[in-house]
Each structure stands twice: as C-alpha cells, then as structure tokens.
Design a protein around this ligand. Sequence first.
Ligand SMILES: *[C@@H]1O[C@H](CO)[C@@H](O)[C@H](O)[C@H]1NC(C)=O
Ligand SMILES: *[C@@H]1O[C@H](CO)[C@@H](O)[C@H](O)[C@H]1NC(C)=O
Ligand SMILES: *[C@@H]1O[C@H](CO)[C@@H](O)[C@H](O)[C@H]1NC(C)=O
Length: 855
Amino acid sequence: MLASTLYCFSRASLVAGSKTGRHGLVRAAYKRELFSTAAIKKLNYARTGNNEGVGSLQTRSTVIQLLNSIGSKREVEQYLKYFTSVSEQQFAVIKVGGAIISDNLPELASCLAFLYHVGLYPIVLHGTGPQVNNKLEAQGIEPSYIEGIRVTDPVTMTVVRECFLEQNLKLVTALEQMGVRARPITSGVFTADYLDKEKYQLVGNITSVCKDPIEASIKAGALPILTSFAETTAGQTLNVNADVAASSLARAFEPLKVVYLNEKGGIINGETGEKVSVINLDEEYEDLMRQSWVKYGTKLKLQEIKELLDYLPRTSSVAIINVQDLQKELFTDSGAGTMIRRGYKLLKGSSMQQFGAERLRTALERDPEIRSGRLSVASYLKSIEETNITTYADEPMEVLAIIDNDGTIPRVDKFLCSQAGWLNNVADNVFKTLKRDFGALAWEVEERDPAISWHFSNSEGSFLRNGKVLFWYGINDLETVVSIVDSFLRRVSPTSARNSMNNAFSAKQSKRYYSIASRRAPPKLQGENTSISRVALIGARGHTGTNLISLIENHPYLELACVSSRQNAGKPLEGYTKAQIVYDNLSPDDAKKLELEGAVDVWVMALPNNVCKPFVDAIESVQRESKIVDLSADYRFVPPAVAAYGLPELNDRNEIASARKIANPGCYATCAQLSLAPLLPYMTAAPVVFGVSGYSGAGTTPSPKNDPAVLHDNLIPYSLTDHIHEREISTRLGTTVAFHPHVAQWFQGITQTISVPVKKGALTQDRVSSLYKEFYRGERLVTIADDVPLVRAIAGSHGVVIGGFKVNRSQDRVVVVGTIDNLLKGAATQCLQNINLALGYSEYEGIPTAPSNAS
Ligand SMILES: *[C@@H]1O[C@H](CO)[C@@H](O)[C@H](O)[C@H]1NC(C)=O
Ligand SMILES: *[C@@H]1O[C@H](CO)[C@@H](O)[C@H](O)[C@H]1NC(C)=O
Ligand SMILES: *[C@@H]1O[C@H](CO)[C@@H](O)[C@H](O)[C@H]1NC(C)=O
C-alpha cells in the first residue's frame, strides 16, 4: 500500500451532543428569516434608546458585512443548524482584547447584538491590558511582566480592578444601548490559587470554574460579560491573564467556537511581519515555540491554546481574529485571522484495504446510490477491484475520496463527506490536496446536492444533464471537454435497462456500458481472419433477410449454413449461388443440435420482437464460441454483459467484437443517434426527430402502412409517442428525445429532420458542419454533406448521409437532416458490420462503399 502522510484540519470546534437549546424554536425562526429584509427590520426595531439611528446603521452594516463575507448559503445554513443543536452556553467563548473596547467598541457591540438577536449567546470575557498600562504610566509606574504575565503588586491590583470594572461597564452599557440585555459578571466564576506569590504576587492560577453565574445569565436572556478576576477560597481577588481565563472557560463549556478577538486580527510573524493564517499544533508547535519572535504574551497565548486544544476534541480549533471578522468566523468556512488547530493526518493510498471494514462501510453509506440500495457496498468494492484508484481520507473518515485513474482524465469516483467534514473544512483540505496531486480532474454530483455551490466554486467548468452535474478543472482543450461530457451523457442516462439491473451489475460495468473511448478508435480495416465462416439465418423471409443474403453472396469469407423461415420452408433459396440451399423451418432444438455439431459460426436472428429468446437460450446452452446477432429490439436495452449494442460508429468496437451476443440497432435509431451524437455536449433540451420512412420499414406482413394504394399521394404518421425507437435513441444517447415517425409511398430509405435546442451562441452553421466532419473522420459509412441530403439518393446505399445544417437566427437551435437506407445501414449492412467485427474480418468486408444504387 502506498501511503503518505498529509494533514488536514478543522475549523469549528466540534462538540458531541445534540441537546436542543431552550431557544431552539426562536432560533429556527430567525434562521429562516436571516436573509430577509424583515429580519433586518426586526433587528432595527429591537433597538431602543436615543442613539437608535446610529445603532440601526451599525447593525445594518454588520448584517451587510456578514452577507458579503458569506461564501454560500450552505455555510450559513449548516452553521445555524449546527449551533441550534447544542445548548446555548455551548455556542461560543469570545475573548475580547482590552484594546478593542477602547478602539472598536461600536463594532464589537454591534456584532454581539447581531448574535444576540439571532438567538445566540456567546460567553464574552474581556481583558484590560492597555488601559492598565496607560494608567500605570500616568502614575509613573513601569508595568512589569515575567514571561507574559503581569506582575501584580497591590498598587497595580488597584489599577487593574478599576480598569476591569470600567471596561466591563463600558461594554455592557454599549450593548444595552443596542437593545441587548447584558450582565456584568466580575466575580464568582474563577477560583484560583496563587500562581507564584513570590514571583508574580497577586496573580491567580485557576483551579476551578463555576458555571452557575454564566448559565443563570443566559437563562435570563442576558449576555454574560466576564472579567478575568479570580478569587482564592479565602476571598482574595487575584489577577489572571485573560487568555488563560478564556481557555479555562472554554475547557469548562466545550463550546462550538473559541474566538480570541485582538486588534491585530491574528498572530503576526515577528520576522516577516505577515499574519500567520494557520497554525497546526501537532506539526508546528515545537518549532514555533523556538522562534525568537514567539515570546511573552504570544508565547503564553499559544501555550494556553495548545493546552486547551489538547483537552478538547480533535476537531476543535481556536480562531484569533479582529472584530470585523467575527461573523465571518462564526458563519462561514473561509476564516480570517489566525486559525489554530491540532490537525488530522490525511491518509493517501491506492487501495481500499487500508480502511477498517466498519468505518469504510459507514463512509460509503453516505453515497446516495449506496444509501438508496441501488448499489451495495460489496458490489461497489468489487467493481473497483481492478481499477487503478487513489484514495484520500482523514483519520476519522469524515471525508473519503476515491479517484479513478483509468480514464483519459482522472475521475473522482466518490467524494463522501460527513456533516462534520463539511463544517470543519476537511472537505476543503482534501480538495486542496486533490488539486495539488491532479492537474486535471472530473467529477459528478447530483444537482440537488446541498453542497452543489461548493462544487461550482471548486470547478472550472460544468455540464448539467438529467439532474446530474459534471464538473471539471484543469482541462483546456475543447476536444477533451467534449469527450468527458460525451461519456458523462452516456453514464447519466436514466434507462429502464439500468434501473432494473441488480447490484451485480456494478459501477465498473456501467461505466463501460456508456464508454465512448473507443469510438475514437478507427474501424478495423484489416481482418485477422481469412478463413470461411458459416452463417445461419433464422427468420429469413423479410426484406432484411433478402438484403443480408445478397451481402453474404458477395462476401469473400461468409457462406450460409442454413436459412430458416416458417412460411418458406421447403422452397429453394433464390439469389444465392454459393450453394444450393433450401429454406428450413428450424426449432430451437434443431438450432441447438446445429450448435452442438459446430455447424454455425454466427447466428443471425431476423425474427419479430419477443420471439428469438428460445433460440438464443438453446444456442447459448452450448458452450461454443459462435456469435449471435439479433436484429430485433429484444437485446437493445440490456447491460453490455448480456449483449453488446452493435452501432460501431458510436460504441466500443472491441466490445462488439468480443461479445457473444450483439443487438443490431433499429433503423430510425441508427440514423437519429448518428445525426445527434456530435451535438450532445451542446444540447439544452430534448431534440425533436421528425422521421419519414419508405414502406419497406413496415415489413412484409400486409398492413395499411405497407399498402402502396393507401400510401399513394399520402403520408401516414404513426406511433407518435413512445415508439420503441424513441426509447432506443433516448436510452443510448442518455438524453430524452422526441420521435415522430411517418411512413411514405416510396419503398426504401428514411429521412429525418431533427431540431436540437443548443446552448445559445455556441455554434454557427460552419462550426456545426466541421464538428460533424471531425466527429466522423475516418468513418467510411458516415458521410457529412453540406447540402440537405435527399432520401432518394440514400436508397440502396450502405451508409448514412447527414447534412443540411442550419442554425436559427438567435443561435440556439440547430437543425440537422439525416438519411439512411432502412434495409442496409439501418439493418442488413449494419448486421454485416457486426458479423465482421465478431468474426475478426475487416469491419467493411463485403460492404460496397460506393452506393449500389447511384440514383
Ligand atoms: C496551577 O494549578 C494546577 C492545579 O489546578 C497545577 O497543576 C499547576 O501546576 C498550577 N500551575 C502553576 C504554574 O503553578
Ligand atoms: C495508477 O495511476 C497513477 C496515476 O495516473 C499512475 O501514476 C500509476 O502508475 C498507476 N498505477 C498502475 C499500477 O497502473
Ligand atoms: C431559435 O430556436 C430556439 C429554440 O427552439 C427558440 O427559442 C428561438 O426563439 C429561435 N430563434 C428565433 C429567432 O426564431
């Protein structure tokens, strides 16, 4: 196993437990209103006092600032949901540096007011360092510190007391002026011993935290505003460093967020003068403590935070920020200031074995397909066994990413992230690592995924279809984009065939089902096989049978072993000179016998729909290497493991060649797919196919649709919805297509006029034409014409002609005309292509490439 160690980290401090707060309902209501003007008005109304104008402006700007800093609605929703799941005391501990009360009081008060009004009760603890120093200096006393701790003699203590009470009152007053109930708590919370009486004098070392005054304040609906005074058990007041006191509080309450507000907005690297954005204690603490610029207060702060984080769950973090960034810190993932956290190891590997089965299952069950039961964990794991994968996960597996390296562009096969993983930025960190490790990447997400905006912001391009979005980054050439979009479209097709598949039909197979990779592989022009093969034709009476017999007659390597037709049984076969053949009427048992004798190399089923199965079963019950090509629709909607879909120009030729069974596509379906495939990446809505066929398409059994008298001077629309070819086209292209078939008075040939809504401005007429030429380059049976191809010209020829491209004036609809001979490329010729592939001949062996009818 290849494993390297990386780190990923958490932002929010996470606390287990989900007691719903007493104010849960109130909060929920605020949550819904958070972004409405009503909510902003409410905040303004809530204010009282004579400076209402100033206050409401302040709060309004706070709200606007919050809205501006929000990365996405998801972030806010997640945080609010999260905050409302803990008791109100556990929301946040905010330590406010003394300088902020002097310099940024209106901003601070407005921030706290905002939180209060949305029903959140942070526990606020403030310091008073600068005020004390100013006062001491005014009295001619030099402030004295040892290792960042203020040496507090009785004179200093008097000043400290005065300052603490003054600043506390200032903050509480400012809050009350904004309609916020706030309660000064200047004693009764911290109990302390002397830290070192000799050295520091009246400085406390906190021994216990009494939560009661704080809880009582919150219960009464007032924000608790604390100083960092402590008392000994004997009642002596002691001074405690505010950072230290805040960390004791955080340890006692285990809040979701621990925030230190300072005027610098973070920790400044003393050497570079730059703000340190992240400190990962597990990695950096030792080193940091050795830095010369880490001293005094900074050192103490880091020590305190380390001790705190060692005690809190690993997901916890402490943010050091300035007051302007408070909301941003609380409600968004994109933190400001300095983030301090312990960090997680991120494990990178190349197999699934490294993960414990239980944890792996838990992580995989976040996948929508697995959760819904459409895919089992076991079959998923089996499906990727042979795949070259790279995996990423953090230790608790909040995030599991599985990258499939096998395609042209590596694909994120699964990106499974827990709620906590989103909230704690583990997802971001894993993604950052992916960006570092992969120059280009593609991935797919359900359109209604709550994190969809996150995916948008992490991608450089996207494509939406059928409720799924394909994302990518790092792809700069259009051709690659087209190819990944192409294979995406094949994958997201909501076909009934796929839906009915059981779990054994794994993801890996489904990937191949829609694989287009080999479409770019040119047709095989040189066959390896030079021996003669024998064809059995079951149901040889129809027009297709006749055409196929004529192709076999002219094929250098094929001969007929037998032809079977109930109606013609006993009659001699005409139009075939390689041997004297009489029509048989084979039963499935007879077919099995022939198969056992090894008399047949390829079976062609030219029967109506729903009747060939007994023959196929009988033949397949014999373990031989013969092939079966079915001309009916019976195997056109099955997984590739059951039968390959024999439209070589759009599918994997190797899969067709190696399949035991091949479904020969329908005539209309062949023409429509070939006419539509190049436009798939541009489509914005369902194309409409208006198709007209000559009456040979209606078969040989007499009906009004093949009665020249009824068709004379006439055009008959039929099966205007849900024609089986409509389903076939839609399924195979992976996109809904409307198809309206008609039958006309000519004998053979189909013309289709296809209207395709496309992305506005993406295509001009010239571009459409060159797009098609490029797409079908090297394909002998597909001709791209500049003019409208005429059905009269296609009759009797073996390929498809597509042309007549038009783009409407507003450049958002393309019209394409496709023509095909329904009996040849629409049936017999395509069947021969498939036989050639299956038997190892050149794909075009025996197919005249010039039209056989030059009209
Ligand atoms: C502070 O008190 C704790 C016990 O509550 C003790 O373990 C610690 O050593 C004391 N710290 C100092 C610096 O004396
Ligand atoms: C798996 O894919 C990676 C990335 O493309 C490649 O470096 C590695 O050699 C591949 N491993 C195997 C066994 O093919
Ligand atoms: C072009 O076709 C699109 C799609 O049918 C349609 O919405 C648009 O109005 C058409 N533009 C013009 C100028 O007719």
